[in-house]
Design a protein around this ligand. Structure first.
Ligand code: PEP
Ligand code: MN
Length: 337
C-alpha cells in the first residue's frame, strides 16, 4: 500500500505515519517527491487495515498497490533510477556499453580485449571468473585468479568491472574485486544469493532466467531491494522458446514492459539472447531502439579461441562497429552513447 501525504504535511506528520506503520509490524519507505511525500508499506501478508492510517494528520489518500513488486515498481518510485558507479551512470541519458569475453582469459589476452572495449567506447568490462556451466565437464572459470586479472584490467584501463557470483559465500569474494555483481540466468531465483546481494554495498545486475517471466525477474530484483540494496540493474538475456535458429529468443518486448512498470534500468544481452554471433549486431541495434539502457556483449580478439561461448562471441572490430551503429540509434532515441 502507498500512503499519499498532503502537500502541506509536515515532517512530523510523515514521521507519525512511519511510526504507526512500524507499530503495525510493517515496514515504511518514505518517498519524498517534488510536491508531496508518499510512504510505501511492505511486509503485509494481506491488505493493510487502513482506517487507522487514514485518520492520521496530513494523510491525503491511501492507494492499494496490486502489483506484486513494490520497491521495484513505479507506484512507489515514479522517477527512473540511475545506478551510479563513479563516473558511469546506468539508467540515465547515456547508453552504457559493457563488453568482454564470456570467461576471463589469461591476463595478456584479457588486457588486449579490454583495451579494445575501451577504445570502442565501452565503460564496463565483463568476464566470468566463476562460470555456472550446463555440463560439469566444461571449463568452470579461472576462479580467484580470474578476479585478480579483472582487478588488473580496472587498474590499467579505468573500465568498471562486472563479474558473476554463483553462491552467497562466493559473493563475498567477488564483491571484494568487482564493481557490479552479476547474478546469472541460472541463479535468478537463488533466493539465498539474492538476499546476500541485498546486503552488499556493490551494484547488482540480475539476468532474466531462461524460463522466467518478466514479473519473476522483477520479483527477483524485489528481493535485493527489500534487503536494502537499491543499486540494481536488470538484464534481458533471452528465454528458451521453440525457435531452433537461435540459442535463446531475445525478448525485446520485455524492455518496454519493464520500463513501464519499474524504475530500474534494464540492459540487453544479445550475445546470450541469440547465441549466434552473426545476429548480435542487429539485435543490439534493436535493443537500443526499444529502450534498453545499455548492452552487454561477448567479444574477444580471437573469438574462436574463447574459453567459453565462442560461437556467440564477436571480434573486437565488430564490437566497435556495434558501438558506432548503436550510437546512431541512441541519437534517434534522444540518448547518447
Ligand atoms: C554470462 O554472462 O556469460 C552468462 C553465463 O550468462 P547467463 O547467466 O545469461 O547465461
Ligand atoms: Mn557467456
Amino acid at each position: 500500500m502507498l500512503v499519499v501525504m498532503k502537500s502541506s504535511a509536515s515532517v512530523e506528520m510523515v514521521d507519525a505515519v512511519v511510526k504507526a506503520v512500524a507499530d503495525m509490524g510493517l515496514k515504511a519507505h518514505p518517498i519524498p517527491g517534488a510536491n508531496r511525500t508518499a510512504i510505501g508499506i511492505t511486509g503485509n501478508k494481506a491488505q493493510v487495515n487502513d482506517s487507522q492510517l487514514r485518520a492520521l494528520a496530513g494523510v491525503e489518500d491511501l492507494v492499494h498497490v496490486t502489483a506484486p513488486y513494490k520497491l521495484v515498481g513505479r507506484d512507489f518510485h515514479p522517477q527512473s533510477s540511475e545506478v551510479v558507479i563513479d563516473d558511469v551512470v546506468i539508467g540515465g541519458k547515456e547508453i552504457v556499453l559493457m563488453g568482454g569475453p564470456c570467461s576471463v582469459e589469461p591476463l595478456e589476452i584479457t588486457l588486449e580485449i579490454a583495451k579494445a572495449v575501451k577504445n570502442a567506447g565501452g565503460k564496463v568490462f565483463r568476464g566470468g571468473a566463476f562460470k555456472p556451466r550446463t555440463s560439469p565437464y566444461s571449463f568452470q572459470g579461472l576462479g580467484e585468479e580470474g578476479l585478480k586479472i579483472l582487478a588488473q584490467v580496472r587498474q590499467e584501463t579505468g573500465l568498471k568491472i562486472i563479474t558473476e557470483a554463483i553462491d552467497p559465500e562466493n559473493l563475498k569474494l567477488v564483491a571484494e574485486y568487482t564493481d557490479i555483481i552479476q547474478i546469472g540466468a541460472r541463479n535468478m531465483q537463488n533466493f539465498s544469493l539474492l538476499k546476500a546481494a541485498g546486503k552488499s554495498d556493490k551494484a547488482v545486475m540480475i539476468k532474466r532466467g531462461m524460463s522466467s517471466t518478466v514479473d519473476e525477474l522483477l520479483m527477483a530484483a524485489e528481493y535485493v531491494l527489500a534487503g536494502g540494496n537499491e543499486r540494481v540493474i536488470l538484464c534481458e538475456r533471452g528465454v528458451r522458446t521453440f525457435a531452433a535458429h537461435t540459442r535463446n529468443t531475445l525478448d525485446l518486448s520485455a524492455i518496454p514492459y519493464v520500463k513501464a512498470r519499474s524504475h530500474l534500468p534494464i540492459i540487453a544481452d544479445p550475445s546470450h539472447g541469440t547465441g549466434v554471433r552473426e545476429m548480435v549486431a542487429a539485435l543490439s541495434r534493436a535493443s537500443i531502439a526499444v529502450g534498453a539502457d545499455g548492452l552487454i556483449l561477448e567479444t574477444h580478439i580471437q573469438p574462436d579461441k574463447a574459453l567459453s561461448d565462442a560461437f556467440q562471441t564477436i571480434t573486437t572490430e565488430e564490437f566497435s562497429s556495434v558501438a558506432k551503429e548503436s550510437a546512431e540509434i541512441a541519437h534517434i532515441m534522444g540518448r547518447k552513447l
